[in-house]
Design a protein around this ligand. Structure first.
Ligand code: NAD
Length: 419
């Protein structure tokens, strides 16, 4: 949620839920109807239209990350997640970053790739040449499929041809590059590549098998950068410890997987809150992380000339603000209104910043006190709940578990039994 003054609200976590809703609603001008969505399940009929065999809805907590400042604008970040500490960690990192001006971002045009696989071509070089010669005709056929998109300045912009060798022999793969404007773009691109298939068969003399979007959206990249002041994180020693930690994620896929999972903790939470396709983003992010043949970190950090820590994230983000489930899910629509996002590019730049913030917070904790300390309070409450503690006993039992340094289900059950 972009607000006029600041996204920094002290003591937000200490307020009651109703007080938080009042505050957020007044700043974001949420109507009473929109406010009522905050603790409401999805309508039965709508759920039944969204997927098959519906028997219910499944809800997640929705929190607001504070302190975010992206390209000189304050913004509130709605996050839907089941994992404790994610919202607090993002808010903490954003608070440190805002001292140095917050996050600065860059992004490419929203170009998605559609793939067309062509088999049974004897002379792949000549067939590829023919396809490229007919580029304008092919782009015209593709663009005839989506007049809305082309009227908005989007649509199929270019195509490329790749020749791959496989156990089925050589195959041609055509890449169609489509500017999808404010959409995620999967349906738009799939419609275009399906329409192109018979035309491409005619031109190439081959047989088209697959015609589908690629989730490796490496033409739709987003970059976000922030400076984390060394004096706010424990000085140059901590900066050095941080850089040592990051080094392992750069060189070792075992660490990189966990490092990037931490990034996705933040990214997925915003994606879910805005009704976007988190599997598409996950697939794209991890494929991009392995683009050079070895899976590696999606973030990079270094020390600037004053000894401060600079962090940067770069990844593909195929996000939409129109189309898909986000256009029909009322809570997702409300979250987008809260954020006052006006383009898919703006949303993706914010989401990349959240990913960087989440990663910074996790690596900072790992490089200093360890990850468990921050997790423990909410984790202990979850354990107390799992052990069957009553609402009024949850905090007390959680405190005993933390004090004893024994946040375990069997101990929590013993304490619940004693009640
Ligand atoms: P969509 O088809 O619902 O909406 C996009 C369409 O909206 C555009 O084609 C355009 O005609 C119209 N539109 C109106 N205003 C627009 C604007 N400002 N900018 C752009 N388009 C505008 O959605 P989509 O984004 O094409 O597809 C997204 C959905 O496809 C998601 O639900 C996703 O889960 C699903 N999907 C994903 C995959 C995959 O990731 N591999 C595959 C198939 C489907």
């Amino acid at each position: 949620m972009k607000i006029n003054k600041t996204s920094k609200i002290s003591g937000f976590y200490k307020k009651s839920i109703d007080e938080r809703i009042d505050l957020i609603s007044s700043i974001a001008s949420l109507t009473e109807e929109e406010q009522s969505l905050l603790f409401k399940a999805l309508d039965k009929g709508l759920a039944d239209r969204m997927i098959e065999n519906v028997v219910g809805t499944f809800t997640l907590p929705l929190g607001i990350a504070l302190n975010f400042r992206v390209n000189n604008e304050d913004v509130f970040v709605p996050m839907a997640t089941e994992e404790s500490s994610v919202v607090a960690a993002a808010s903490k990192a954003a608070k440190i970053a805002r001292k140095s001006g917050g996050f600065r971002t860059e992004s490419t045009d929203p170009i998605m790739i559609g793939q067309i696989q062509i088999l049974d071509v004897d002379d792949v070089a000549t067939a590829s040449e023919k396809i490229l010669q007919e580029k304008n005709k092919l782009l015209t056929v593709a663009n005839a499929q989506d007049k809305i998109l082309t009227n908005l300045g989007g649509g199929a912009k270019d195509l490329a041809v790749r020749i791959l060798t496989s156990s089925f022999g050589k195959m041609i793969v055509v890449h169609l590059y489509v500017d999808v404007r404010d959409a995620m773009g999967a349906n738009a691109v799939n419609t275009m590549v399906e329409a192109l298939a018979p035309v491409i068969e005619d031109i190439s003399g081959g047989r088209v098998r697959l015609k589908i979007l690629s989730n490796l959206a490496d033409q739709r990249l987003v970059k976000s950068r922030a400076i984390f002041d060394k004096d706010l994180i424990g000085g140059e020693k901590v900066v050095d410890a941080f850089l040592e930690s990051v080094e392992l994620a750069k060189i070792d896929p075992y660490r990189a997987a966990t490092h990037n999972k931490g990034i996705m903790n933040g990214i997925d939470a915003v994606i879910i809150a805005t009704g976007n396709d988190f599997r598409a983003i996950e697939a794209g992010a991890h494929a991009y992380a392995a683009r050079n043949g070895q899976y590696t970190s999606l973030t990079n950090y270094w020390k600037d000339e004053t000894g401060n820590l600079v962090g940067e994230i770069k990844l593909p983000l195929a996000l939409g603000i129109v189309g898909g489930a986000g256009s029909i899910h009322p809570t997702a629509q409300m979250c987008k209104k809260m954020m006052r996002i006006s383009s898919a590019q703006q949303l993706s730049e914010l989401v990349a910043s959240v990913g960087l913030a989440q990663n910074f917070a996790a690596v900072l904790a790992l490089s200093t006190v360890g990850i468990q300390k921050g997790h423990m309070s909410l984790h202990a409450k979850n354990i107390a709940m799992m052990a069957g503690a009553n609402e009024e006993d949850i905090d007390r039992i959680a405190n005993i578990l933390i004090k004893e340094g024994n946040v375990k289900l069997d101990r929590a059950k013993e304490l619940v039994k004693k009640e």
